[in-house]
Design a protein around this ligand. Structure first.
Ligand SMILES: Cc1cc2nc3c(=O)[nH]c(=O)nc-3n(C[C@H](O)[C@H](O)[C@H](O)COP(=O)(O)OP(=O)(O)OC[C@H]3O[C@@H](n4cnc5c(N)ncnc54)[C@H](O)[C@@H]3O)c2cc1C
Length: 379
């Protein structure tokens, strides 16, 4: 067992922290209000290779693995969970191409995506189904060497950015769910206005409409009928991103609570002197340390998968626990602030709204518990 970081991990963590503090933190409030990430931030993150941390340098990535990705994501999301959401969903989609794409697909779609010139989407949720992807109704009809895709996808992160979208549809001949790589904004691709959601502002969530979109058969990801295993596998890796983004929110709430406890005074004494404040700070610290090491461990496991079923369980367990704990952490941080914590002038108000989002992303909490129990009990 080794709890220390490599030199490269320390370097990337520091780089992400410095970039986030200098470039994202000062505009985080503006991002929250406008629900839009400035283009320079996306460019800046791309220049630092933060869109391709876990992926091989052969395909334009940083080649640093998921353990390092977790460390960078924590720092970025501490400044803005909307930015964290973009990277997390992008890495999920790109991870699916990396794991299941053939050589031509990887060479075609990965380099620009790893540099942030393309932002990837991953589309399985539909108006009629989120928790049960087997009920997907989007279709893929074979026509010669092409497939004609039709369907509506709901709540798709990054759907308004150019780049590939991994689109799941039922292949009509086999009746089986299959993944396709589609280029966003091709003929027949359209999107809704962004959803106005509670938190994670700046992280764009749109509906996607495919109307007779023609893709070559070579754009099938993996094989016909492999869509469901791809979905399960990729989503497990996606939970590394969701957990790290939540961890970043917890770190920010922790820092805000400590800062406020020392600054705010009653009768010329900082409120940090009160036992009630100390108890809140200590509970936040306990929870933060627990989820920190659980998330770092998930990053390590993602780089060292021996049994995909066990990894799926660990990813579900971590995502669920971390996302539940961050809601508690933010609630405690708001408590330290009193009523000021409910005001938009204070960062914890935003952090609490952001925190609640994690519970529903990439599988609701109940579904995570079903995965965990299913693997443990073998049923
Ligand atoms: C910020 C954000 C980003 C997102 N990004 C993406 C994205 O990029 N791509 C994408 O495809 N989706 C994305 N989603 C969608 C998200 O993954 C789904 O909303 C989520 O999986 C839940 O699906 P649902 O909303 O349809 O809820 P439902 O599936 O309707 O679930 C509602 C409730 O019913 C229960 N339930 C439903 N089915 C079952 C069952 N079979 N067994 C037991 N209980 C069940 C659940 O416990 C849950 O509490 C995103 C969502 C958010 C909020």
């Amino acid at each position: 067992m080794n709890f220390s970081f490599t030199k490269e991990q320390e370097l990337i963590q520091r780089m992400a922290k410095e970039y986030a503090e200098k470039n994202i933190d000062p505009v985080a409030q503006q991002i929250d209000i406008e629900n839009q990430i400035p283009a320079e931030i996306i460019e800046g993150l791309g220049e630092l290779d933060l869109f391709g941390i876990p992926f091989s340098d052969e395909y334009g990535g940083a080649g640093s693995g998921y353990a390092t990705y977790v460390l960078a994501m924590e720092q970025i999301a501490a400044a803005s969970s909307g930015v964290g959401m973009i990277i997390s969903a992008h890495t999920l989609g790109l991870g699916a191409i990396d794991a299941f794409g053939n050589e031509e697909q990887k060479k075609k779609y990965m380099p620009k995506s790893c540099k942030g010139e393309h932002i990837v989407s991953f589309a399985f949720t539909e108006p009629g189904t989120g928790s049960d992807p087997k009920q997907i109704t989007s279709t893929a009809r074979k026509e010669g060497d092409y497939y004609i895709l039709n369907g509506t996808k709901r709540f798709i992160t990054n759907a308004g950015y150019p780049g590939p979208i991994v689109f799941f549809a039922k292949e009509e001949e086999s009746g089986r769910v299959t993944g396709f790589i589609v280029e966003k904004f091709c003929e027949g691709y359209s999107i809704s206005e962004p959803w106005e959601k509670l938190g994670m502002h700046g992280g764009p969530l749109l509906d996607v409409y495919l109307k007779d979109v023609k893709v070559p058969a070579e754009n099938i990801l993996g094989a016909i009928g492999q869509g469901y295993p791809i979905l399960q596998y990729a989503i497990s890796y996606g939970k590394v991103g969701v957990s790290s983004a939540a961890l970043g929110g917890a770190l920010a709430a922790f820092n805000e609570a400590v800062k406020y406890a020392k600054e705010k005074t009653h009768r010329d004494q900082p409120i940090a002197k009160f036992q009630s404040t100390k108890l809140n700070i200590a509970t936040i610290a306990e929870k933060y340390e627990a989820i920190r090491w659980l998330t770092y461990r998930l990053g390590y496991l993602a780089d060292n998968v021996k049994d995909p079923v066990q990894f799926a369980k660990d990813a579900a367990l971590t995502k669920d626990f971390v996302c539940e704990q961050i809601v508690d952490i933010c609630k405690l941080a708001v408590s330290v602030h009193g009523s000021y914590g409910l005001m938009k002038d204070y960062k914890v108000e935003r952090l609490w709204r952001d925190a609640i989002m994690g519970l529903q992303i990439e599988g609701v909490s109940d579904m995570q518990k079903m995965i965990v129990a299913g693997v443990i009990l073998g049923m």
